[in-house]
Design a protein around this ligand. Sequence first.
Ligand SMILES: N[C@@H](CCC[C@H](N)C(=O)O)C(=O)O
Length: 361
Amino acid sequence: MAIAAAISLSLPLQTRRFSVASAAPLRSTSSLHFDSLRSNLSLKNPNFRVSATSMSIGTADKISAASFLDRRESGILHFVKYHGLGNDFILVDNRDSSEPRVTPEQAVKLCDRNFGIGADGVIFAMPGINGTDYTMRIFNSDGSEPEMCGNGVRCFARFIAELENLHGKQSFTVHTGAGLIVPEIQDDGKVKVDMGEPILKASDVPTKLPANKDQAVVKSDLDVDGVTWSVTCVSMGNPHCVTFGTKGSQNLTVDELNLAAIGPKFEHHEMFPARTNTEFVEVFSRSHLKMRVWERGAGATLACGTGACAVVVAAVLEGRAARSCTVDLPGGPLEIEWREDDNHIYMTGPAEVVFYGSVPL
Ligand SMILES: N[C@@H](CCC[C@H](N)C(=O)O)C(=O)O
């Protein structure tokens, strides 16, 4: 099933864009197998050249994701592209080193949707530190490095399971820039993640907006190009500005927003010294929200896991929703729970392979 999905998704991408080498994840000798393809795409060359490629589909000898990624020709990057509700990432097996195998500049080129593989970010699976099983680092598509990525960590968990040939329910401890994160692959293949506690202290979000007596920024006024928005600021390790609309307005209709026009104005607003991710939220009920996101360093994406967590925290703080919500994103729904007993946020959602590939660096 996973193999069929990988193959059908691979084909349009292969033919439409370019030529990353491609291979489907294979778990048995009867599986279909895309043989390795090679392109002339060179990240050293600013004018990427793309060559014609050939593809073979046949009955494979025993080959696995791990063995595909294990090929260590110098100058070639083997990767797996995953997505979590359309928030897509290039996953790199970096377990042998704490130095990312791709530079931020190369990440920008790899993420380019016309001249590269196309992704919202590049994620590295690295050796654990401080007693954790693994470390996850990520570069956004603009080359900046965020502290955390919610959809990314679900993809990360599935990637590790592929690499380590693990099946069924699995849980890992992952060191991130946001501290310890614990994803658990469930029996149905979805990943439930203990995202830790939200950070509300204004200076830690960080935001320069005036804080309330609890040092949090809740329902504060933010002037953006002469329009006053009502915002609540939450860090999930990375900064989020959540808005349910302009000051005094009715419920937002998020489909009507011109995200490309207003998103960058929030991202680069002087009140956010580390820039910010911004979530625009529509409330359907106390347990059902809809959001669109403008991500720091990546722009409009189809989903943002840390953003969905921040949205539920903000909705609870503003008295708009209960602690357990379905959050609809353009790419699909996430289940989010902000537990009262441990103050942790739990996010549950899918993570899927898109295709396997190789690219010269
Ligand atoms: N899409 C991610 C968040 C990725 C990082 C973000 N762009 C930032 O710079 O903070 C998610 O699913 O959480």
